[in-house]
Design a binder for this molecule. Structure first.
Ligand code: HEC
Length: 238
């Protein structure tokens, strides 16, 4: 019996000792029975490293490495006449004019800086609509549907899964959204709206304008004023 009590006491004290101090703040070096990979050899930012001749942890990029993706090529950014196109044409990026009102028309200038320093014009043409069609298909159609009526695959799935949040996906052909200025659609794409996330991190400003243009074409396709249809189409519908 005594041996049993002794054993029990050892177990109780052991358990208290092991678990009882968990969660307390201590500045002492912890006793680590299993270190769970806490302690590993690693490089630190700005760290010293005697393996390399220059003693640095952080390795310079391999000679000839080309920065890509963000258009911030060093020789361009650090040239004397460099201006961020965004600061030359802020409404192209925000979709709003200087007073903060949404742009009613497409911006007339793009973000492309011409050799003389002026901005290239922004053209709403077939190529832009094609970009918009592609990007709409990738980023919007899953929810808003290929036709923009809000019946994308997500809506269909939400009916099966019973996900009510997704059921709020907007039909983009309502008079309200047809009446939105271009800049307001651009704003929704950039920043999202209520339960819709923004796509500003996935689509460049020019691509967002392309989606706006394509969405306008979709809206027109579902509510085309009689006078706007070309004569060839009108004759077919007779
Ligand atoms: C994951 C689903 C999803 C995707 C993808 C999505 N949307 Fe939406 N969108 C929504 C939902 C949900 C709403 C309704 C938000 C709300 O509750 O007001 C909405 C609303 C909108 C509105 C109306 C906003 C308003 O002012 O009420 C516009 C315009 C719109 N989306 C355009 C787009 C465009 C363009 C894309 C592609 C770049 C896109 N959406 C991608 C889910 C999505």
């Amino acid at each position: 019996m005594n041996r049993y009590l002794l054993f029990l006491a050892v177990v109780v004290v052991g358990c208290l000792g092991f678990f009882g101090l968990q969660g307390r703040v201590s500045k002492d070096t912890p006793v680590q029975v299993f270190d769970d990979m806490d302690l590993q050899a690693r490089y630190r930012p700005q760290g010293e490293n005697r393996f390399f001749a220059d003693g640095r942890d952080a390795r310079p990029p391999v000679a000839g490495t080309v920065a890509r993706g963000d258009d911030l090529a060093p020789e361009k950014v650090f040239s004397a006449d460099y201006r961020r196109a965004e600061s030359l044409n802020p409404s192209f990026v925000t979709g709003k004019d200087a007073k903060g009102a949404h742009l009613a028309a497409f911006p007339s200038k793009s973000l492309e800086v011409l050799p003389g320093g002026a901005l290239a014009p922004f053209k709403v043409d077939a190529a832009l609509l094609e970009t918009g069609r592609q990007k709409y298909g990738v980023y919007c159609a899953v929810c808003h549907g290929a036709a923009g009526d809000g019946n994308g695959i997500m809506k269909a799935r939400s009916a099966v899964e019973g996900d009510v949040a997704i059921a709020t996906i907007a039909n983009l052909h309502t008079p309200l959204f047809r009446g939105y200025p271009h800049g307001q659609i651009y704003d929704v794409i950039t920043n999202g709206k209520n339960t819709m996330q923004g796509y500003g991190d996935k689509l460049s400003p020019a691509e967002r304008w392309a989606v706006v243009a394509y969405l306008r074409a979709l809206q027109l396709s579902q509510a085309c004023p009689p006078g706007a249809a070309p004569a060839s189409v009108k004759s077919q519908t007779k």
